[in-house]
Write a protein that binds this ligand. Structure first.
Ligand SMILES: Nc1ncnc2c1ncn2[C@@H]1O[C@H](COP(=O)(O)OS(=O)(=O)O)[C@@H](OP(=O)(O)O)[C@H]1O
Ligand SMILES: Nc1ncnc2c1ncn2[C@@H]1O[C@H](COP(=O)(O)OP(=O)(O)O)[C@@H](O)[C@H]1O
Length: 176
């Protein structure tokens, strides 16, 4: 990416199954934007849920959580901050709610298939969900609605995290 190109701060919203690669790519996009001089904030579902552990996984609770974090994202972006959001955010209506709040919303669908995510099983949650130890587990016993019109789709099955980051940066550069 050429250093001269000025990027317009946006809300980069990573959505996809657990283990699809949202956090891994987000964590690498963050320093890539920082070193180009942008103000950047990363809001991550797992990290925020650690602070607010009472947030559950019913449709209503997930959507309320997404609306709240989406509002924060929109306010940060309004003040010129690049916001990276990594949330499963399985429901189209909640993602659309956030899109409508944000001046510039980039929906990035991390479309790594369930079989690959389950094979990775980074946190051992899929195995537990298959055993019935976790209710409402996305992809196993809870729905994931694929984005209807994402700005970008990244399937991480056969690429490196660095290639995923490059796809995001190229998208941002080319749209300006
Ligand atoms: N039932 C169930 N379904 C899905 N995920 C579960 C569940 N229980 C716990 N976890 C862990 O919670 C993380 C997802 O949090 P999010 O805030 O991104 O979810 S959501 O947007 O509200 O759907 C998710 O993190 P990631 O693996 O990083 O996606 C899981 O580690
Ligand atoms: N191209 C890739 N992009 C992102 N993650 C990848 C990629 N290839 C393999 N992985 C691995 O897949 C896992 C993704 O986990 P994570 O980023 O926590 O997913 P999520 O945040 O969507 O739950 C990590 O173990 C990561 O090393």
């Amino acid at each position: 990416m050429s250093e001269e190109k000025k990027l317009k701060p946006a809300v980069l919203w990573f959505t996809g199954l657990s283990g699809s690669g949202k956090s891994t790519i987000s964590e690498k996009v963050y320093p890539a934007l920082k070193e180009r001089g942008y103000r950047v904030e990363h809001l991550d579902g797992d990290a925020i849920r650690d602070i607010f552990p009472s947030t559950g996984f019913s449709k209503e609770e997930r959507n309320a959580h997404i609306r709240r974090v989406g509002y924060i994202a929109s306010r940060l972006q309004a003040h010129g901050v690049f916001v990276i959001g990594s949330f499963i955010s399985p429901y189209q209506e909640a993602r659309d709610f956030v899109r409508d709040l944000c001046e510039d919303f980039v929906e990035i669908y991390v479309s790594t298939p369930l079989e690959v995510c389950e094979e990775r099983d980074v946190k051992g949650l899929y195995a537990r969900a298959r055993k019935g130890e976790i209710d409402n587990f996305t992809g196993i016993s809870d729905p994931y609605e694929e984005p209807e019109n994402p700005e970008l789709e990244i399937d991480t099955t056969d690429i490196t995290p660095g290639e995923g980051v490059r796809m995001v940066l190229e998208y941002l550069e080319n749209r300006n």
